[in-house]
Design a protein around this ligand. Structure first.
Ligand code: F1P
Length: 340
């Protein structure tokens, strides 16, 4: 079996480890989150930058403290546009723990602030873990594949755990614990549907729409389609799509809507309008979507459920296009160009 497919299918085990590590190590990282923290930065590159966007939005929504996701390169090279007066906390995310820009970002943060650093990674033997005050290491998220799938989902769940505990939302912990078993049911249930959609090569370009914390996940899904299947794809905040991008819609367009609960009405209206213009539409959401989770979980815990179906779609599209998802064009697993 392809290693990428194997990593997608086995991800609920990594989700489980992510939840356990975050909860079990709360006594090490939770003290870094205190009254004097004025703002939180999440940083990473590529997939882990998109993870940072989702995490920052979710973290601010739950804790009501300002949080921002930035590419490692921006913190490293344009730090004055990211760091400002006040006490920050940095959450640096990297599957490899060795990406040059992310390491440099941590160094610059250390030089320019007194703030603490939490690392989220899958490797405890790489530089990022030792640069941080606390490293949350999800070994079950490690991957052989270049393209991030289960690592992304596992590290994303760590950030959900951070937001839940930092906001004192302890009542959500039991629900969080249900995610791995929900994932184990969901993945086989959606696989055939995603294979069929992935094999539809009448589709030539794909837009992923998400709002709130789902925007970062839409961006990640879009990156999967690019990396694995070399398909033109872009993410947008849902209602942004009307402001220009909709001019690209034709009968070869697939619009993938990551429906939220709070803004669903506006989001569905947008999808309906685009379907009227000829777009193919795939909606994902808790219920009454083309792909419904029926998880029974609170909205803020459900983000990770959007990932496996969209990773599978990208995988099957790559195979249908005669590409090998285990060897994406031009890519390597780690980019060290800006090594610290
Ligand atoms: C980040 C990353 C990956 C991408 C590519 C290069 O790696 O940009 O997201 O797929 O393989 O590296 P990391 O810092 O999370 O290890």
């Amino acid at each position: 079996m392809s290693i990428t497919l194997e990593e997608i299918l086995t991800q609920p085990n990594a989700w489980q480890e992510a939840i356990e590590v975050t909860l079990n190590q709360a006594r090490t990282w939770l003290p870094l989150w205190h009254q004097d923290i004025d703002y939180v930065l999440f940083t990473g590159c590529g997939s882990t930058y998109y993870l940072s966007l989702a995490a920052a939005t979710l973290f601010q929504r739950l804790t009501h403290r300002p949080a921002r996701g930035v590419p490692g390169s921006e913190l490293a090279l344009n730090s004055s546009t990211v760091i400002h007066p006040g006490t920050p906390l940095l959450v640096a995310i990297s599957r490899s723990g060795a990406t040059g820009e992310t390491l440099r970002a941590v160094e610059v943060f250390r030089q320019r602030t007194q703030g603490a650093v939490i690392a989220i990674t899958t490797r405890d033997d790489q530089p990022l873990a030792s640069l941080a005050d606390v490293a949350l290491v999800i070994k079950a998220g490690q991957e052989q594949s270049v393209v991030q799938t289960r690592s992304f989902a596992a590290m994303y769940l760590v950030t959900v755990g951070l937001a839940v505990l930092a906001s004192g939302s302890h009542q959500m912990i039991p629900a969080m614990g249900q995610l791995p078993s929900i994932g184990r049911r969901l993945i086989p249930a959606v696989r055939a549907m995603m294979e069929t959609l992935g094999q539809d090569l009448d589709i030539t370009h794909i837009y992923f729409l998400g709002s709130g914390f789902l925007y970062g996940l839409a961006a990640e899904a879009s990156l999967k389609v690019k990396e694995m299947s070399l398909t033109h794809s872009e993410p947008f905040h849902f209602l942004e799509f009307r402001h220009g991008p909709m001019s690209m819609v034709d009968e070869n367009t697939l619009l993938v809507g990551l429906l939220s609960e709070r803004n669903r009405q506006h989001e569905q209206a947008l999808l309906d309008e685009m379907a009227d213009l000829g777009a193919r539409v795939l909606s994902l959401g808790e219920r009454t979507a083309a792909l419904s989770f029926h998880s029974g979980l609170p909205e803020i815990l459900r983000g990770v459920l959007y990932l496996p179906p969209l990773q599978l779609m990208a995988y099957y599209r790559a195979v249908a296009r005669g590409l090998n998802p285990d060897h994406p064009r031009h890519l390597s697993a780690v980019v060290k160009a800006l090594d610290a």
